[in-house]
Design a protein around this ligand. Sequence first.
Ligand code: HEC
Length: 95
Amino acid sequence: MFSVLLIAAFAQSELFLQRNCVACHQGKTAPMGLNFTQLDPGFANRETLSRWVCIHDAVSSGSMPPKPPANYDKSAFLQALSHRIEQFESSQNAN
Ligand code: HEC
């Protein structure tokens, strides 16, 4: 289930994951336990951060999704995600 809060907080990337990833990455059979319907958009801790970094790298390298749709565009997603990762990193370093 996607919570309203989660969608509001991370609408753009959420939409991207829904369109391109969730068909496979959901439920108990999600590949490698990567269930994207349960991702924490808040970067609350190191574990969720490393998961987002993993997602970023898979999309960036083109290893995921295995078969991109015809009108596939990953640039906005990657930009938004790397921005959030950087923000989280610098907030951690400030402490
Ligand atoms: C057609 C089904 C399918 C779709 C769609 C899909 N995945 Fe995957 N994903 C897999 C499978 C199967 C694995 C495990 C085997 C492998 O690594 O190829 C996997 C593994 C992964 C991994 C861990 C291994 C790695 O390559 O880093 C990540 C991260 C990942 N997927 C992210 C994504 C993201 C992000 C999307 C959407 C942009 C996505 N996947 C779309 C099937 C899919």
